[in-house]
Design a protein around this ligand. Sequence first.
Ligand SMILES: Cc1cc2nc3c(=O)[nH]c(=O)nc-3n(C[C@H](O)[C@H](O)[C@H](O)COP(=O)(O)O)c2cc1C
Length: 213
Amino acid sequence: MESISVDKAIFTTRSMRRLRPDPVPREDIEHIVEAATMAPSAGNYQMWAFVAVTDETIRKKIGAAYRESGNYYIRDTVLVDPNTDAERMRVYGKAMYTVEHLAEAPVIIVACSTLAIPNDSAIAAGPFGSLFPAIQNLMLAARGRGLGSVLLTLATDHAPFPPTENISVRKILNLPEGVETVAIIPVGYPKGQWSRPRRDENLKVLHWNSWGN
Ligand SMILES: Cc1cc2nc3c(=O)[nH]c(=O)nc-3n(C[C@H](O)[C@H](O)[C@H](O)COP(=O)(O)O)c2cc1C
């Protein structure tokens, strides 16, 4: 398969919510998880684990848990709030597609921390700051194989809106104590086109030598 440059992967990887149901080769899932593990981690503890869910029954259970949290937070909280700005209405409007269709992704990868994450942000920064670079590696490696993905944190152990009526993702996956869900990443061949993510383009985030320059 034709490989793409690192720059091309970075500049064309956006959230792919609309995924085809076609199965993803096992070798590709193994590759993108291996790519995830090339990320840096605090103290090189490599405190990550990934559960790749292809089983339709389990995907549907995860989809139900996510739908409950997504409906509660996105549909019934953000989208009905008169203070929600237009850009957030657009972003969260799109996010509702995932709320309704998560289980249709052929693979749902649940990224876990193998260290329990405390509320203390100074300590939590270690595992979170290790998991998310790994997840980004995974998403870029997926892009390299023509696979789309989107990073979800609702319905995980550290989301402010875990499901209450549905069984939690950690229970669905039978995670042992101390292993915690950090993100849910549906992966599959995209229905949409790759394109540059929608971002501010004028490099206003860059300051030279001191703030404001
Ligand atoms: C830490 C983090 C948590 C996120 N959680 C969710 C989520 O729970 N549900 C969702 O639909 N999107 C989630 N997203 C995806 C963002 O909405 C998305 O990346 C953002 O709107 C930018 O869109 P783009 O990736 O297409 O550029 C999350 C992204 C990040 C970085």
